[in-house]
Ligand binder design. Structure first.
Ligand code: GLN
Ligand code: ZN
Length: 767
């Protein structure tokens, strides 16, 4: 009989109970016992809801106080020296210190562990820190405690562990400078494996039959020594007295397929949503005495599963695997919102098209049932319902807009190209803009004060009239313009007071988007995001930003920069459609934003910035797929940016630091000016812009906006001097690393005074 299981369930709770409890605990309003009680209730509720939905084998170890990688680090005793308790075992305080850092106090501060993206999701994990003399020692009982807890509740569970290779891959070697060069973290494997053996032994002693070992790096391009290490590691673990399911997700096995099917384990889970094409090869290569777990329900999106399609895949596998076939989500449901039934304001049609984690469990269960008892009335009813919903979507006028499709079909290559090349455009722009050398600007947002947030919320709740709201925003804009004029900045911004979020603000004004009220997904720790949902063809019914920017420009003789979010970022931070490609959705977004760029130009705005914060994030996990992504992503950007005259200057902004491997595609976007984050890397990342001879203007960030520290003029002058060694000074701009919305006004003004002084000093040296 095919078995239904879950790789993991969201831990935050349907009302974000975990977020609220964590934040109360950190504020000292909830003691540890209270926090533990919330955790226990959430775990019990999540096991029950999965079981009620029909999941037969429930996950344990998917709950974490902050992050599952951090919990695993504690389990293995990978606790950086600066957090190590003086005596005894680590505590919950140790865990939160590792996650959040310890501020300077009596005993000196300790910076938090680094946070980074979990594969290609918007979840962030805490990067394990290894030292050359790293020891591994069982140091945290959470997993075993939770297994006992589930057993006590009468559940049949499958503990989830991050695999040894994936764990090492995710970590970083720290320690004495240069040490990293002579030390390869893979060397830690032999020290790590005995502890895995011990953990598996403990679980077996608790009566566990199956353990899930997550090795998502089997979906990446692995160096040969890592591939070899897989064989060695699982060979050593094969005698552990329980059954092992190795789980892969987020991409196909590709060249690691032979390695994965040959591992001496009892089962393999694969992501058929991301890589359906691997099924025939798997059926051919995986020995039928092993379990094949097929991830057919998308764990990363909000759409109901097409049950017919999933069932067809399962039935193919059933012929060969029979009772060894398992049915699951593509990955842990951590990446989808919790419960659709919590939504109280969705229209019935849309509600019918969606499925969150709870509903996905029911889909997994009914699919397993459909494999086992295809004729059961319940199964037939579910399949019929699924068919009807798929058909209703496929034919819905809410989704398919003839005008959008016609416009998409009419795109020509010329639409994605500025009229003249950069070298000609820039002369016209300089003549029109009349800016000094090393022009100063900011990235767009100014401090989002409590008053601003209150005004936005009151307006949304209907408590503030449109006129009063507009006046409140106008007054913020006046303030921002005043401050910038007094500071002597060259290119001004309106400050983005009216925006809650750089994606949601635009999504709310586009046709084709929908919004949930409770569709929260954990981003890291207690932080959750509620991505907008792309439901249908996208278009812009009316201008979105023009009135605000026009108002701002009317207040000053300086150049006011219009501020938009780019198509790739809009897409990456939304739940996308599954019935058309990401590329098509990016192009639709690009056309909508293109209209806005043109309207800004027509309103007399001379510079328009189009932010692409998520451009690099969209990179596929496999290098072989990069070129394709980069081609359509940079084309989408050009499509939105190229509808203007040569004289109109297009800026873009990207807030990260690694450009080496994508610099040519960044150049292919052909923005006249790009502003990037560089201060934290001491301008090092400009190496990419030097090696490739990046052709257009660049504003390398001269100060870190993530910290309240106010850098002095001297420091910024030095950074700009470094930049000028690599990039001709006539192509340099002076600006902070990113937007200032998380900062307070006092430190913002202080830092910008120094920044303007730095630019002036450098200009006088040039003269
Ligand atoms: N214009 C946005 C801001 O200044 C850019 C933010 C971002 O790139 N993350 O806030
Ligand atoms: Zn940024």
């Amino acid at each position: 009989m095919a078995l239904s299981h879950s790789l993991g369930f969201p831990r935050i709770g349907r009302d974000r109970e975990l977020k609220k409890a964590l934040e109360a605990h950190w504020k000292g309003e909830l003691d540890e016992a209270g926090l533990q009680a919330v955790g226990r209730e959430l775990r019990a509720a999540h096991w029950q809801v999965q079981k009620d939905a029909g999941i037969e084998l429930l996950p344990v170890g998917d709950f974490a106080w902050y992050d599952q990688v951090l919990a695993h680090s504690l389990t293995l005793g990978v606790i950086p020296e600066r957090f190590r308790p003086h005596s005894g075992k680590p505590s919950l305080d140790t865990l939160f210190s590792m996650a959040r850092g310890v501020s300077q106090g009596c005993c000196g501060g300790a910076h938090a562990q680094e946070l980074t993206k979990w594969f290609d999701t918007n979840y962030h994990y805490l990067v394990p820190e290894f030292t050359a003399d790293q020891r591994f020692q069982l140091s945290w009982e959470q997993l075993f405690d939770e297994v006992a807890e589930a057993h006590a509740l009468g559940h049949r569970v499958k503990p989830v562990l991050i695999g040894p290779l994936t764990y090492l891959w995710l970590g970083k070697v720290k320690g004495d400078a240069g040490g990293a060069n002579c030390f390869d973290k893979l060397e830690l494997l032999d020290r790590l494996l005995p502890l895995y053996g011990e953990i598996l032994g403990r679980l077996a002693a608790q009566g566990v039959e199956w353990v899930q070992i997550d090795e998502p790096i089997l979906g990446l391009d692995l160096p040969q020594d890592w591939k070899n290490a897989f064989e060695r590691a699982y060979h050593l673990l094969q005698h552990a007295p329980l059954k092992k399911l190795v789980a892969t997700y987020f991409s196909g096995l590709d060249d690691n397929l032979g390695l994965a099917v040959g591992l001496p384990v009892d089962g393999l889970h694969v992501d058929l949503v991301r890589a359906p094409e691997q099924l025939p090869l798997l059926l051919d290569r995986l020995p039928a005495y092993k379990v094949l777990s097929l991830g057919v329900v998308n764990g990363r999106n909000v759409w109901r599963c097409d049950l017919d399609k999933a069932l067809a895949q399962l039935q193919q596998a059933q012929e060969r695997f029979g009772a060894n076939l398992w049915v699951a989500g593509s990955c842990s449901l951590l990446h989808s919102p919790v419960d659709l039934n919590r939504e109280d304001q969705l229209d019935g049609e849309l509600q019918g098209w969606l499925a969150f984690a709870v509903q996905k469990c029911a889909e997994i269960a009914i699919l397993a049932r459909a494999v086992n008892q295809p004729q059961a009335a319940e199964v037939q009813a579910a399949l019929a319902e699924s068919r009807a919903l798929q058909a209703s979507r496929a034919g819905s006028s809410r989704i398919h807009q003839a005008a959008v499709q016609a416009r998409l079909n009419a795109i020509t290559p010329a639409d994605s190209q500025r009229i003249s090349p950069f070298v000609e455009r820039i002369d016209k722009q300089r003549a029109r803009l009349q800016l000094p050398a090393l022009p100063t600007t900011t990235i767009g947002s100014f401090p989002q004060t409590a008053a601003i947030r209150l005004a936005r919320q009151s307006f949304k709740a209907g408590k503030l009239s449109a006129a009063a709201y507009t006046e409140a925003m106008h007054s913020e804009i006046r303030h921002a313009v005043d401050v910038q004029e007094n500071l002597g900045l060259d290119v001004l911004v309106h400050g983005e007071a009216e925006r809650n979020d750089m994606v949601e603000y635009f999504a709310e004004q586009l046709d084709g988007y929908a919004f949930t009220r409770f569709g929260w997904v954990q981003s890291y720790g207690s932080r959750c995001v509620k991505p907008a949902v792309i439901v249908g063809d996208l278009s812009r019914p009316r201008p979105m930003t023009v009135e605000w920017i026009r108002y701002a420009q009317g207040l000053t003789d300086k150049v006011m920069k219009g501020m938009l979010t780019g198509p790739v970022t809009m897409l990456m931070w939304s739940f996308p459609r599954e019935d058309v490609s990401r590329e098509v959705q990016a192009r639709q977004l690009a056309l909508a934003i293109r209209d806005e760029v043109q309207d800004l130009e027509a309103a007399g705005i001379k510079i328009v910035q189009i932010d692409e914060a998520a451009f690099r994030e969209g990179l596929p996990l496999r290098k072989a797929q990069w070129a394709d992504y980069l081609a359509w992503a940079s084309e989408a950007f050009r499509l939105c940016a190229s509808g203007v005259r040569d004289e109109t200057q297009i800026h873009t902004h990207m807030c990260y630091s690694e450009f080496n491997d994508v610099i040519e595609s960044i150049a292919a976007m052909d923005a006249d000016v790009i502003t990037i984050e560089t201060s934290r890397s001491d301008m090092q990342l400009l190496e990419a812009f030097e090696a490739f001879a990046y052709p257009n203007d660049i504003g390398p960030g001269v100060y870190d906006i993530h910290s309240p520290r106010v850098p002095d003029t001297h420091e910024m002058v030095n950074l700009m001097r470094k930049a000028a060694q690599r990039i001709p000074v006539e192509r340099l701009w002076v600006n902070p690393d990113c937007g200032l919305k998380t900062r307070a006004w006092a430190e913002t003004e202080a830092a910008l005074v120094n920044m303007v002084a730095a630019a002036r000093q450098l200009r006088s040296e040039l003269a």
